[in-house]
Design a protein around this ligand. Structure first.
Ligand SMILES: Cc1ncc(COP(=O)(O)O)c(C=O)c1O
Length: 458
């Protein structure tokens, strides 16, 4: 049995002692749900605990624990779980007979669209209900606009579960593979992969395939691929190449949007995409997403357009309850931008440094990603990695998901269970801060790092 398997075995036994209802709940869930649920990330082994409440930085589970949470609604809950700002708006408006009537449009949608456009500096916007749909429509718009078939995406980038981007997400001796059965060979072949933060690789791709490339879709801040910022040079190169070859530049801001400032992180780089996609934070905890961009491209979703993109339908698109929540949140973020983001960034910095120091005190070398750079200064994100060698600088997904560079199993499985025994919930080795996380929460986290390190050592 290898070291991680041995640790998992021991930690799982301790976990079941600490979370006694997890196994029975899991068995019951499995009777009706494949693998006991509907989202793989939520179904961690050996059996996920069940939530009965969530407030601010904390979760309460069915075994009565209070757990410090860094997952924060898939990184969406920038004001923490169930913030009164949103719950009060929803309770009041739903109680007054407004919010569950999807199907007839309302002026709130116009107001919110105008607010978002002002903050993200785009010409037109259309709402949908998930990040995956937003990314899929953005790619369809790019293909229709350019009349070209090829999509360039980053190896290790997650652009949602839809047929146009299910290639090169997970690391398996590299990224050059399909992520799903059920796709046509065309869908897989039309996606070209490039290495994050590697302007030369991107230049080479455009030199070879430039006249057939419809778009380059990229996260200006890499999310699930490793929580690292794009270098300014990388985004500038992306902009220059897409201009030069007539392709559409799509920024996927589904994690980064409203996470670093009240708008897209592209503002900080000063690199303007043709289209950008938003979800997570902009919904205020509700399912809401948007595609925003240049009018001449966005206009292709209109039935009057000759090359019409069927960015349409969606019983729950621009759902009024989601608009209520999203609008209240975004208004608040815009109004308090100068307080919220610097404080989040300051706590983020303390979090990452404090975590590295806490593990070092116990003799374990970890490296956090999530640090900003010269343009992104206020980062509230962190991932803890176990590099196999000291001193490697982690700058792209090829490193943080490659078992030859980082001990991925230790981060994804062992650390998660070790932290849960310390009543801390993490995803991909840590997560994000909300405005509700405090300095005391960080002390809790640092003590948990020491505790987790001791559990890993013994
Ligand atoms: C960068 C990025 N793009 C797209 C998506 C897909 O969004 P959704 O889960 O709302 O479909 C995600 C989700 O995590 C994401 O992180």
């Amino acid at each position: 049995m290898d070291e991680n398997a041995r640790l998992l075995d021991r930690l799982s036994r301790q976990y079941f002692e600490e979370y006694p209802s997890a196994q029975a709940e899991f068995d019951r869930a499995e009777e009706s749900l494949i693998d006991g649920g509907s989202h793989t990330l939520r179904l961690f082994g050996p059996a996920p605990f069940r939530i009965v409440g969530a407030s601010g930085s904390r979760l309460t589970d069915s075994d009565g624990h209070e757990i410090l949470d860094f997952w924060q609604g898939h990184y969406a809950n920038v004001l923490g779980h169930n913030p009164p700002l949103i719950t009060q708006v929803l309770a009041q408006r739903l109680g007054g007979g407004y919010g569950l009537h999807t199907g007839i449009t309302e002026s709130l949608q116009t107001d919110f669209a105008a607010l978002l456009l002002k903050l993200i500096g785009a010409e037109k916007i259309r709402f949908t209900s998930s990040g995956a749909l937003a990314d899929m429509y953005s790619i369809m718009l790019a293909r229709a606009f350019t009349g070209r078939p090829l999509i360039v995406k980053v190896g290790g980038g997650w652009q949602g579960a839809h047929p146009l981007a299910l290639k090169g997400v997970s690391f398996r001796d590299g990224y050059d593979h399909s992520e799903s059965a059920g796709l046509s060979p065309n869908e897989v072949e039309s996606v070209l992969l490039t290495r994050y933060n590697d302007p030369e690789d991107l230049t080479g791709l455009f030199q070879t395939h430039g006249d057939r490339i419809a778009c380059f879709i990229v996260e200006p801040w890499m999310g699930m691929g490793g929580f690292m910022p794009a270098t300014p040079e990388y985004l500038r190169t992306a902009r220059e190449l897409t201009h030069k070859y007539g392709a559409v530049l799509i920024f996927d801001e589904i994690i980064s949007g409203f996470r670093f400032c009240a708008g897209g992180v592209f503002k900080l780089y000063g690199v303007q995409p043709d289209i950008s996609t938003y979800a997570k934070v902009i919904g205020g905890g509700m399912p809401l997403a948007a595609v925003a961009g240049r009018e001449e491209i966005m206009r292709l979703c209109s039935p009057g357009s000759e090359r019409r993109v069927k960015f349409d339908g969606g019983t729950f698109s621009a759902h009024p309850a989601a608009l209520l929540a999203g609008n209240a949140l975004v208004e608040y973020l815009a109004e308090h931008e100068n307080d919220i983001y610097p404080r989040l960034g300051m706590l983020g910095e303390k979090m990452r440094r404090g975590v590295e120091e806490a593990f070092a005190r116990e003799g374990i070398y970890v490296q956090c990603t999530g640090y900003g750079n010269e343009v992104v200064t206020d980062s509230s994100l962190g991932m803890i990695h176990f590099p196999v060698e000291e001193g490697i600088r982690l700058t792209c997904p090829d490193q943080v998901w490659n078992p030859a560079v980082c001990d991925v199993e230790r981060r994804e499985k062992v650390l998660k269970l070790a932290f849960l025994l310390e009543k801390v919930y993490v995803m991909h080795g840590l997560g994000v801060l909300s405005t509700e996380h405090t300095e005391d929460d960080l002390e809790w986290l640092f003590a948990a790092c020491e505790g987790a390190a001791r559990r890993i050592k013994t």
